[in-house]
Design a protein around this ligand. Structure first.
Ligand code: GLN
Length: 446
């Protein structure tokens, strides 16, 4: 009740929630109380959270922040939603995001932009901007997010939080509305690595309903938090500290490195030579997959339908023209172009080859180091509207985060201090399924 009051009082300024599910939350809280009274324990029993509005929730609208799904009520829960409910989490509602998770500023939502609680004139990052703003403003202690190219880590960085993108396949995508299926992963955002460990432990695991989820036991993430860091080999990729990085962020990152050295880590300079190709490759592959995934929104099966269509063609055209926002249309156009005959080899296949080179860069780097460390973003939070007329300027903000998705490896962002009063993040990357190592390093530092 206290958090619901806080949401009512503060969220009109932030716009972090699309839907608040008060009655359901109170019922879930009561059920959690009863389980506790019956002797059940568990850190998440009764823990208030909220879900990014691309996780399907039975009986509660799942909009993906799009006019297209403004009227969509899923008949089932996403696996992540089910799993967190099963351990007793209380969901307070559905969180704002960029439309269909396309964006880095949470400005493309049909329900309006989200504001950064640290400075209401600035963006909170995206696409999980509602998740980040709600936690940073202490409306909820933790939330789910999704990360296709940085959408958990980048908003975490811009709002002073910890956020984790798991290894591709670690968390089920079933019931998570698809943006780019080979890159999408759900994960937690919270204030600390410890809270992320708690959440991830309940979100992760094999799901027969998601054919890309991996059948491998889930580590005990809480147990891994307290390992000493002595002997940890930290790699600093020279490409992450080059032109384009705000030098004040560079200094904040090196201060984190000094702290890790005091905790026993050793540091090595490494190279990820294909970083320069990551943005063009990602912005071919992600829109290509999006153009395919979003073809299901045709005005027939679900979602927005135009008034009085004269025939089927008109129904498709006008429903999609009215239902999708500008950034979503841009991605569908780019993706359709890259996949079309004559351009497929030149763009899509080439991007896939670059993707393999990027993966190979990580595989060789992890022969030498245990974690890779660098900035999460090149700049702190920018002003609302500052980059909205220049999509490429916004795409460039994803430079440090998208490679983890292209390679499928886990990545974590944690607070690294402030630049001009604005939070900045440090990113840690690890080999496949080493989420425990990332949480360990972050927890020791925190
Ligand atoms: N900013 C990136 C994009 O717009 C990443 C978004 C995401 O991770 N969902 O595609």
């Amino acid at each position: 009740r206290s958090l619901l009051g806080r949401i009512q009082q503060l969220d009109p300024q932030l716009n972090s929630f699309i839907t608040v599910t008060e009655a359901q939350a109170l019922a879930q809280a009561k059920a959690a109380d009863a389980r506790r009274a019956a002797g059940e324990t568990g850190a998440l029993l009764g823990a208030p959270i909220a879900h990014k509005d691309l996780f399907c929730t039975q009986g509660v609208r799942t909009s993906c922040a799009s006019k297209m799904l403004d009227n969509f009520i899923a008949p089932y829960n996403a696996t992540v939603v089910e799993k967190l409910a099963a351990v007793g989490c209380v969901s307070l509602g559905k969180l704002n995001m960029d439309e269909f998770a396309m964006g880095s500023a949470n400005e493309s939502s049909h329900y309006g932009p989200v504001k950064n609680p640290w400075d209401l004139t600035r963006v909170p990052g995206g696409s999980s901007g509602g998740s980040a703003a709600a936690i940073a403003a202490r409306l909820i202690p933790a939330a789910t997010g999704s990360d296709t190219g940085g959408s958990i880590r980048q908003p975490a960085a811009l709002t002073n939080l910890t956020g984790l993108k798991p290894t591709y396949g670690r968390v089920s995508r079933w019931g998570m509305i698809a943006y780019a299926s080979s890159l999408d992963q759900g994960g937690p955002l919270a204030r600390t690595a410890e809270d992320c460990a708690l959440l991830l432990g309940s979100m992760a695991g094999f799901d027969p309903k998601d054919s890309t989820s991996v059948d491998q036991p889930v580590d005990d993430y809480l147990a891994s938090l307290n390992q000493p860091l002595s002997g940890l080999r930290v790699g600093l990729p020279k490409e992450y500290f080059g032109a384009g990085l705000d030098s004040r962020i560079g200094a904040a990152i090196l201060a984190v490195v000094e702290e890790l050295k005091k905790l026993g880590a050793t540091v090595k300079d490494i190279s990820l030579p294909n970083l320069q190709h990551a943005i063009p490759a990602y912005y071919v592959i992600a829109p290509a997959e999006a153009s395919s995934n979003l073809s299901r929104f045709d005005g027939v099966r679900y979602g927005h339908r135009c008034d009085s269509p004269v025939n089927l063609e008109d129904l498709y055209k006008r429903s999609r023209a009215e239902g999708f926002g500008a950034e979503v249309k841009r991605r569908i156009m780019v993706g359709t172009y890259a996949l079309s005959a004559g351009y497929y080899d030149a763009y899509y296949i080439k991007a896939q080859k670059i993707r393999r080179l990027i993966k190979n860069d990580f595989v060789s780097a992890f022969n030498e180091v245990d974690v890779i460390l660098g900035p999460t973003t090149p700049n702190p939070a920018w002003k609302l509207g500052e980059k909205s007329s220049d999509p490429v300027a916004a795409y460039l903000e994803d430079i440090y985060t998208i490679t983890a998705n292209l390679a499928g490896i886990p990545g974590l962002s944690m607070p690294a201090g402030f630049v001009d009063g604005l939070p900045v993040g440090v990113q840690l990357l690890a080999p496949y399924f080493q989420e425990g190592r990332l949480l360990n390093v972050a927890h020791q530092y925190q």
